[in-house]
Ligand binder design. Sequence first.
Ligand code: SF4
Length: 192
Amino acid sequence: MLSLYHRIQKIESLQKIIDTEVRICKNHTGIECLQHCSQCCSYQDVNASPAEFLPFAWHAWRLGQLEQWFDDLEKHESKVCIFAKLTEGAWGCRIYPVRGLICRLFGFSATSDKNGRPLFAACRVLRQARPEMMQNVGQYLENGGKMPMIANYYRRLCAIEPGLGSELMPINLATKKALEIIYFHFAYAKCA
Ligand code: SF4
């Protein structure tokens, strides 16, 4: 079995592949979030797996911020993701480069129809505000264009982290669990 460090590297590679596919799709279709939207990060029911937040937790440990994030999560009572900045003029994600898979896939990925053809999983905001973009993406997919398939990426994540990749839970809980795993990994390494 690969070490935790190597498994995290593999998850990071997966993130990069998603980002590349999303970039290609954006370039071909012009699809883009509305400026300062952040609506998807403000939902109270975003689910994620602890595995997709292991790179974040590893990064937090390297920066000496792991315990601080853990304490913040303990105190965080809202169901909205702790990393979401939703104040006017300061929108965004506080951990953008190491955000989870769902954060990268949401709004820029596809499911499949009953015949196995990709079906754009558009977000509600864009569907209403930019119907022309929906058409562009539909056309792009019909012509064989690539867009990340959600199920494929979660399958690949589960292949790297079989238990932690398949366990979906509220995003703040998933993040906390990822921090715990990294914390105990290093605590154990110190004692061994
Ligand atoms: S981690 Fe960042 S991108 Fe993902 S839901 Fe939270 S604020 Fe949004």
